[in-house]
Design a protein around this ligand. Structure first.
Ligand SMILES: CSC[C@@H](O)[C@@H](O)C(=O)COP(=O)(O)O
Length: 390
């Protein structure tokens, strides 16, 4: 069954200290995860809620919610939601139920490490309870705590990143590493929002980010709402843009940074941006909350790269064009672009080697990729095998 068969429309709730309704939140009364449906942006602003953990996993897989910190919060809430679905008192059966809920959410999208880490926090907190109801309450409190801390970390990231944004600069970002991709504030965009608030003048180039167009649809939407001057460029125009010296720095997010090596996984196309940036002597920065650090994997070859449906490459999604000034808001549609019957390959992420990365911006400071391991304790290092303990 498609995710749309499960989603329920809703009104967003505001949380204290946030810059707007959070893109991911939880409603304890209905035991549902509340999401802004990112597949419909910028054409429609529709808030939905997922009635059970299976629907939450499906919403992550179908990219109703996307972006590493946002899917981490959704997975943490989804785990708490599934844990709260259990009606019995028997601890042995409860553990088996938790294992099944955890596996369902873990398999939704494999590349970002943030959901794994967020769900481990929920499981660790839950184990402190003795009875089923105690464990259910602790699981939800831990999911709320993760989402809250994630938002605070993104805000701190913004403050740390202000040092990169000077009057008159022009920067390039890829995919969407904004508020939509996080609980709040964004990663790569967090310094931009703060810089804008402080009256710094700068320009942002957003890559279109085919095949799902997160840059053209989501980053441009966010920047327009914040009044930040920006230009959408085709992914294929970046070489020319850099050759013409129109970019001073590149700032992107990430789905998994290896704490041991400094290698960076991010949206497909990031690697070629980093190669071009090096060719043109342009600094290349990556902004991450602490949940994006993977302290477990030793080699980038171990990183699982998600491959998505070929249809995303063969087709394009958008809304029909209407005359300027028209009040009609047409429904988003999918159109076929490619030659019917031709196959396509659709890897969703790539890996940028540490040697191409100038700096990793974190909530606790700016580090060279090779400095992460030496600073691991300040960066929230977690021991463990990487295998979940339920
Ligand atoms: C803070 S977002 C960092 C990354 O998650 C982002 O750049 C990205 O690659 C998102 O990919 P997506 O496939 O849209 O979930």
């Amino acid at each position: 069954m498609a995710v749309d068969d499960f989603l329920r429309p809703m009104k967003p709730a505001m949380k204290g200290g946030s810059t707007g309704p959070r893109s991911v939140s939880f409603d304890a009364d209905t035991n549902s995860v509340c999401l802004l449906d990112q597949r419909l942006l910028p054409h429609r602003v529709v808030w939905v809620r997922t009635p059970d953990h299976r629907a939450t996993a499906q919403a992550i897989r179908d990219m109703v919610v996307r972006g590493a910190p946002a899917i981490a919060a959704a997975a943490a809430y989804g785990l708490a939601q599934g844990i709260r679905e259990y009606g019995g008192r028997d601890l042995r059966r409860f553990r088996a139920h938790v294992r099944q809920v955890h596996a369902t959410l873990l398999n939704a999208r494999p590349t970002a490490v943030d959901p794994t880490r967020a769900m481990q926090e929920v499981l660790d907190a839950m184990r402190r309870g003795r009875t089923v109801p105690e464990r259910q309450a602790l699981a939800l409190a831990a999911a709320e705590e993760f989402a809250h801390r994630s938002a605070l970390e993104c805000r701190a990231l913004g403050e740390q990143g202000l040092r990169l944004i000077h009057d008159g600069i022009s920067l390039l970002t890829h995919c969407n590493a904004g508020r939509l991709a996080c609980v709040d504030h964004g990663t790569a965009t967090a310094p931009l929002y703060l810089a804008r608030e402080r009256g710094i003048k700068f320009h942002v180039f957003c890559t279109e980010t085919r095949p799902r167009s997160q840059g053209a649809a989501l980053t441009a939407w966010e920047l327009a709402q914040a009044g930040i001057p920006h230009t959408i460029v085709p992914d294929t125009a970046v070489g020319l843009l850099m050759q013409q010296r129109r970019v001073d720095l590149v700032l992107v997010g990430s789905d998994r940074v290896l704490g041991r090596t400094g290698d960076v996984t991010n949206k497909i196309g990031t690697y070629q941006l980093a190669v071009l940036a090096r060719r043109h002597g342009i600094p290349f920065y990556v902004a991450i909350p602490l949940s994006t650090l993977d302290w477990h994997l030793r080699s980038p070859r171990q990183i699982p790269i998600e491959e998505r449906d070929a249809e995303e490459v063969l087709c394009a999604r958008g809304a029909p064009v209407v005359p300027k000034g028209s009040r009609i808001r047409p429904e988003p549609i999918t159109v076929r672009v490619a030659n019917p019957g031709s196959p396509a390959w659709n890897p969703a992420f790539d890996i940028t080697p540490a040697e191409l990365v100038t700096g990793i911006l974190t909530p606790v400071g700016l580090f060279k990729p090779g400095e992460l391991w030496a600073n691991r304790h300040a960066l929230g290092y977690r021991t463990g095998s990487g295998t979940a303990r339920v």
